[in-house]
Design a protein around this ligand. Structure first.
Ligand code: IPE
Ligand code: IPE
Ligand code: MG
Length: 252
């Protein structure tokens, strides 16, 4: 029996290759972008927000339905407090400045990651952004903030175990049953995960969800990322053959 999460898009009926429905991006390289220009790292983060704006717009134009971006990891708390503060301030400014336009453009905004431990003003803003866009369906922008995959999996496993124990969920445990407790429960699995900045690692991003994603590692630093890079990434996605563990139809 096919499981929707790791099968090709069931709505696709052949012909043109299916567009990646869900692209996830590890937006990396802000600090190196700034250092290369003799600027403070925070300048790179500021320019990174502009790259995010460009990418959201381009993704919508290119027929992508879901875009998930890694913006602050649970491990990024290890950075100097001043840098962490800048990253929080930039998230706040982005939501404050862009929420009305995202709302008008039919964008549903979600924030995944651990809420506990976030400053209360950020938590309130995130809740407002989600509530105000809850009825939008045209495009799904998900911001992974204070997100770590292992953290998410432990939170989900704890909640699932509790639900199985108290009878809210019926056993035995299943993959689909577990996924209903992940932060991403309303999202399809990513088809394509892009990491910028030339690093070849996942850094605790969507470990469960990206089980069958195509991975693309690009040298471009995130502040320089734009529409052409996204178009190129989609082109390269189309060159991949996704088999989901099966064999190519017609192969002998
Ligand atoms: C990505 O850029 C932004 C975050 C991780 C918050 P970096 O700040 O990691 O930039 P580099 O990797 O040091 O160049
Ligand atoms: C991953 O980038 C996290 C984000 C892009 C938010 P990092 O820069 O934190 O990852 P490492 O430390 O190079 O693995
Ligand atoms: Mg980095």
């Amino acid at each position: 029996m096919a499981r929707p999460g790791i099968s090709p898009d069931p709505s696709h009926s052949g012909g043109e290759p299916p567009a990646p429905r869900h692209i996830a991006i590890i937006m990396d390289g802000n600090g190196r972008w700034a250092s290369a220009k003799g600027l403070p790292r925070t300048a790179g983060h500021e320019r990174g927000v502009e790259a995010l704006r460009r990418t959201v717009e381009a993704a919508r134009d290119l027929g992508i339905s879901y875009l998930t971006v890694f913006s602050f990891s649970t491990e990024n708390w290890r950075r100097p407090a001043a840098e962490v503060n800048t990253l929080f301030a930039l998230l706040k400014a982005y939501v404050q400045r862009d929420l009305q336009r995202l709302k008008q453009d039919g964008v549903r905004v979600r924030v995944i990651g651990q809420r506990e431990g976030l400053p209360s003003d950020i938590e309130a803003l995130v809740e407002r952004a989600e509530a105000e866009t809850v009825h939008n369906t045209r495009f799904h922008l998900t911001i992974a903030f204070n997100y770590g995959s292992r953290n998410e999996i432990v939170r989900a496993a704890t909640a699932y175990a509790q639900a199985l124990a108290d009878g809210t969920c019926k056993g035995p445990a299943t993959e689909a049953g577990f996924e209903a407790f992940l932060d991403t429960r309303e999202l399809p699995d990513p088809d394509l995960v892009i990491r910028t900045s030339g690093e070849y690692r996942i850094s605790n991003f969507l470990l469960w969800q990206a089980a069958y994603a195509e991975l693309l590692f690009l040298d471009v630093l995130w502040p320089d990322f734009g529409r052409a890079d996204l178009e190129n990434a989609i082109q390269r996605f189309h060159e991949r053959e996704r088999r989901f563990g099966a064999v190519t139809p017609g192969a002998t």
